[in-house]
Design a protein around this ligand. Structure first.
Ligand SMILES: Nc1ncnc2c1ncn2[C@@H]1O[C@H](COP(=O)(O)OP(=O)(O)OP(=O)(O)O)[C@@H](O)[C@H]1O
Length: 711
């Protein structure tokens, strides 16, 4: 990609690349003291790499392209090269942050901050060729002005003059400003669902970057946010008339044991009955599935016509678990007419399958042109759904279709960009509006107080029926997610039966884990018994690479299994193909109905080594030759275990701290365990991980606060 005219002002000298680089570094160092905006251009990726620590090719090429396109859009006379350089570095930052899951960047987070500077530069080893000076972003006021001059702000939204003035007060106010500006200040936000502004930033306008207040987006992600906020708003405006007397009777039948104390499961059912969108949040075992099954029973009872219900989850495993939990919860609905219970569906599918998403995400069968034929969509494990996928779901919903989302907003956010559940379900739940509280009281007799900053579509379940009292897993999960380092450390040191901890996982400990939990898989008489044994235990890792990463752990387990004589060599098969080996599919195969994350077991079937998969109607066998891409799965990443549970879990953290370690990651790992958890982590890493909180930059919550305000 040639874009050399951007660099016209650089001297065209015959100096060596090293000298040229050194001169550029010195130039940057000198001018940064004198001026707010530094001209720092690069002729090619290698040059950017020499100045910016850890820049990725994709970031460079995207930024280069955006600058190139922007130069075609705006009159150039007033725009200096340094201003285009600022745009370039803004896009590099956006691209990098998108990879980390942020939908946008907040200018206040980076104003007057030097990014991509190497440690050796910081240590004043500036003569070293490897030292990289990085790039210093200007004050927020200058940054906003430049982006506006480049015509990247929303045409309908003028930036507040006050924020520009406030910025000139210097660094002391900046910290205060930062926290204020990042909080959802409704008075400052212009209408996010303003169709004029969303119309104004269409692809055909050529605007690739969007500045909105002090948030900067790639246009695509700005549009996703606006679209989701609009879709949620449309669902929030749906109101279903219900027969109140009938609904009261149904709720009484469904919750016969409700006492004076508020039964929040009953409140959640009542709350969702008349709404177009309902979100039911809660930690492990708080009864989300139990509640939603009762909600479905109530809705079916109240409905005069058939209710077409679709159930989905983000992964195959989560969909399978949802089906199992629904079947289990239906079995406990003895107080409900069997004819109603039989109408509650049992088969959940992946969200991709529901929407008919093929290999490339843009090939979607159901969208706004061709919508799903259903009246209600139930989405489980909503925390795993990223912003683009959530938008695709809402596009496919007919106007009258209800959405019910279940999830645990404390878990890790989606792998890809967004923190949709945490944004749309801010916890702790502040309460209901006066009108909604009256409606709930009428249906349930529970006096739920009305509050000003209400979120009516949200219900939060807090009481865990799995960890009712002093179960170690529940206590540890709570301490971790609250960032309570003292309790989290004390619990590890407490030597309880249900929590074991050690600074490292050594060979002896691994041998013990293998003997206790994996030997029963290899000694099983049949594949179903082997699957049952496999579901008892999983080794979870925070990372893939390194000594404590998934790959090494799988390798070490296999060596240990061989040492213990559990792996039997099979004539005619390679060494790494043996009965008892668990595998995880790593790609979606629609033809075979196998999805990323599905787990199978290599096992002998009539003398032939095949792969078995557990399905609702029994074991499915597949020949090895037909198996899609897979990996061994004695150990797996915490990310991949979302939506799964095991009786016992061993959690292994790396021996050095890393940005990926957070309390949400630990919480997600710990809550995969139903009975016992073993933590292998040194004190420092454990302490840092419990302290670190995942915060994703997004504007969705602000948009929703504003639309809530407009109701
Ligand atoms: N109100 C209740 N009274 C007694 N037991 C309950 C109640 N609600 C749920 N349970 C039981 O608690 C267990 C967990 O319930 P459920 O599966 O509905 O929770 P969940 O929040 O969906 O769990 P998970 O986090 O595993 O998805 C089940 O055994 C269920 O029968």
């Amino acid at each position: 990609m040639e874009n050399l005219d951007l660099f016209d002002d650089l001297p065209a000298s015959p100096r060596s690349p090293q000298k040229e680089l050194k001169a550029a570094q010195q130039n940057q160092q000198q001018s940064s003291a004198a001026s707010c905006l530094v001209a720092q251009s690069y002729r090619h990726f290698g040059q950017a790499q020499a100045m910016l620590e850890a820049i990725q090719p994709i970031d460079y090429y995207l930024a280069d392209k955006v600058v190139f396109c922007q130069r075609q859009q705006v009159p150039l006379n007033n725009i200096s090269p340094a201003e285009f350089d600022l745009l370039f570095h803004t896009v590099v930052l956006l691209s990098e942050q998108l990879r980390c899951g942020h939908t946008c960047i907040y200018l206040s987070d980076y104003a007057q901050t030097t990014c991509w500077q190497s440690a050796s530069w910081q240590k004043n080893n500036q003569d070293e060729l490897a030292a990289k000076p990085g790039y210093t972003f200007p004050t927020m006021a200058i940054w906003q002005q430049v982006l506006q001059r480049l015509q990247l702000d929303l045409p309908a939204l003028s930036t507040e003059q006050e924020s520009l003035e406030a910025d000139s007060h210097g660094s002391q106010e900046r910290a205060q400003e930062k926290s204020q500006e990042r909080s959802p200040d409704k008075s400052q936000i212009s209408s996010p669902v303003n169709s004029q502004s969303s119309e104004a930033v269409k692809p055909q306008n050529g605007q690739l970057i969007v500045l909105e207040q002090q948030r900067v987006y790639l246009r695509r992600y700005w549009q996703f946010e606006v679209e989701l906020a609009q879709a949620l708003q449309q669902k929030r405006q749906l109101s279903f008339a219900i027969d109140l007397a009938k609904a009261q009777a149904i709720l009484q039948a469904l919750f016969p044991q409700s006492t004076q104390v508020i039964d929040w499961q009953q409140v959640a059912v009542a709350n969702a009955l008349n709404k177009g969108v309902a979100v039911i949040c809660g930690g492990p075992g708080t009864g989300k599935t139990t509640t939603v099954v009762r909600l479905l029973a109530a809705l079916i009872s109240l409905q005069t016509a058939d209710l077409k219900i679709a159930m989905a989850a983000p992964t195959g495993k989560a969909a399978q678990r949802l089906s199992e939990s629904i079947i289990n919860a239906k079995g406990k609905l003895s107080q409900v007419d069997p004819a109603i219970v039989s109408q509650i569906p049992e088969q959940a599918q992946t969200l991709h399958r529901l929407l008919g998403i093929r290999q490339q995400p843009h090939l979607v069968k159901y969208d706004q042109q061709r919508q799903l034929d259903c009246d209600l969509v139930l989405l489980d494990e909503a925390s795993m759904v990223d912003l683009p996928l959530m938008v695709r779901l809402f596009r496919a919903l007919p106007t009258h279709c209800r959405v019910i989302m279940l999830g645990d907003a404390d878990q890790l956010p989606s792998v890809a960009a967004g923190s949709v559940l945490a944004d749309i379900a801010p916890l702790p739940h502040q309460g209901y509006s006066q009108a909604n509280a009256s409606y709930i009281a009428q249906l349930t007799g529970s006096s739920v107080s009305g509050v000003a900053n209400a979120c009516d579509y949200l219900s939060q379940l807090k009481f865990s029926h799995r960890f009712k009292g002093d179960e170690g897993v529940g206590l540890l999960a709570k301490a971790v997610i609250n960032g309570n380092v003292k309790d989290a450390c004390a619990l590890l040191a407490s030597q309880r039966q249900d929590i074991y901890s050690s600074q490292t996982l050594d060979d002896q400990q691994l041998a013990h884990l293998v003997r206790t939990y994996l030997k029963p898989v290899f000694n099983a008489d049949n594949v179903q018994t082997a699957f049952n044994a496999l579901s008892q235990f999983r080794l979870l890792a925070a990372v893939r690479q390194g000594e404590q990463g998934v790959e090494q752990l799988n390798h070490k387990v296999e060596s240990q299994l061989r040492r213990q004589g559990l792996i039997k060599r099979l004539a005619g098969y390679a060494d790494n193909l043996y009965a008892g080996k668990p595998v995880m599919i790593t790609e979606n195969s629609y033809g075979l109905n196998l999805f990323n994350g599905d787990i199978g077991l290599l096992w002998l079937n009539q003398g032939k080594l095949m792969v078995a998969f557990e399905q609702a109607d029994g074991i499915r066998w597949l020949s090895l030759a037909r198996l899609p891409a897979y990996e061994t799965v004695y150990a797996m990443t915490i990310h991949k275990t979302q939506g799964s549970e095991f009786t016992h879990v061993a959690l292994v953290l790396p021996d050095k701290d890393s940005k990926v370690l957070s309390r949400e990651l630990l919480y997600t790992g710990i809550t995969r365990a139903k009975q016992t958890v073993q933590i292998y982590a040194n004190d420092q890493v454990w302490h840092n991980s419990v302290t670190r909180k995942v915060e994703r930059s997004s504007g969705l919550r602000d948009r929703l606060c504003l639309t809530e305000n407009m109701e």
